[in-house]
Design a protein. Structure first.
Length: 337
């Protein structure tokens, strides 16, 4: 059952969302006042869907987002967070792995997809966010990229135990929708087959650069009425910054073939006077399963820029040209407006 048809679930009318990973100091040590200014600017610009996670800065993102949201009407925004980790104080003298965050809270993450782990994680999230209701909860990072050799064990725990907790919370109306936030299209498809999800947040696998999700996951999601929230639409930055040697791609260094493909896409966009990031933001909306796109931002100037890309006019001929040049899958549905 889709978010639009499940009783009590607000449809994702908020099509363009604010990703709050940067508020957790993902790329730089963002001060509290700058984080607050970014959120205020995002609200003014029109963002009304906010997505966060306990992982982002080990709770810091949720704290900062909650501080802002307490001053705006609860009925005016959509809020999602994630489960999969809760946090405990480290032992005296224990070295902490910051996990890529510049200055996270000094806490120790515990990876746990069990029933009790879900409940503990959400209890901490409610306390940090300081809100009475969370609209959407995603199972976070349940994929091979993040779990490696332990993937099968954690997958079974999530499906057999953690999902049961989320389903109970959904049935009780404590959360309105449940989903999974993953980086791999095949895992997303497996989860849709295994459990009753409202949404899947898919990162980097359905973008202007590459569309592997078209093979299995997106047709399945459309068939099952599962909404898709598309994230990672810039493929870690290569679809924003000029595609150069060593450019960021999929959380790492871009290989030469990817750089050349990004350059070719940029050249086609330039033919039509379109900025490549605008095409990257708008492309996923062509697929009927995609309900929303969420982008992360941690710089004040990026907030309005992202909204401008979302609203920029793009001629239909651009998508046709990309397909003609083999830069976009021929079967990929494209936006009509």
């Amino acid at each position: 059952m889709s978010p639009a048809t499940r009783p009590g679930v607000k449809p994702l009318t908020e099509r363009f969302g604010f990703g709050a990973s940067g508020l957790g100091t993902l790329t730089w040590d963002i001060p509290d006042d700058v984080a607050q200014s970014i959120l205020e600017t995002a609200w003014t610009a029109g963002f009304r869907y906010f997505d966060t996670s306990p992982l982002y800065g080990f709770g810091l993102s949720e704290l900062r987002l909650g501080r802002f949201l307490r001053d705006v009407p609860r009925e005016d925004y959509l809020l999602s967070t994630k489960i999969g980790r809760y946090f405990v104080p480290p032992k005296p003298g224990e070295a902490l792995d910051r996990g890529g965050w510049v200055r996270p809270q000094p806490l120790k993450p515990v990876l746990d997809y069990s029933y009790d782990g879900v409940m503990r994680s959400l209890e901490q999230s409610y306390n940090r966010l300081g809100v009475a209701a969370i609209d959407i909860v995603y199972i976070h990072d349940l994929d091979r990229r993040n779990l490696g050799a332990d993937f099968d064990r954690h997958y079974r725990t999530a499906v057999d135990s953690g999902y049961r907790a989320l389903d109970e919370l959904r049935r009780a109306g404590i959360v309105k929708a449940i989903g999974a936030g993953v980086n791999e299209a095949d895992v997303a498809a497996d989860l849709v087959r295994a459990v009753d999800l409202d949404l899947v947040m898919l990162a980097g696998r359905y973008t202007l650069l590459e569309q592997p999700a078209l093979t299995d996951f997106l047709p399945l999601a459309e068939q099952r009425g599962v909404g898709v929230v598309d994230v990672g639409v810039f493929n870690s930055g290569i679809l924003v910054k000029p595609p150069e040697a060593g450019g960021n791609y999929d959380y790492g260094v871009a290989p030469p073939a990817i750089i050349e493909r990004a350059r070719a896409i940029k050249a086609v966009c330039a033919e039509f006077g379109v900025e490549m990031p605008a095409a990257a933001v708008q492309f996923p909306f062509g697929h009927p399963a995609v309900q929303a796109v969420v982008v992360g931002m941690s710089k004040l100037k990026a907030v309005q820029q992202n909204m401008d890309w979302y609203r920029a006019p793009i001629p239909a001929e651009l998508w046709t040209r990309l397909k003609d040049k083999g830069l976009l899958a021929a079967e990929a549905p494209t936006p009509t407006t």
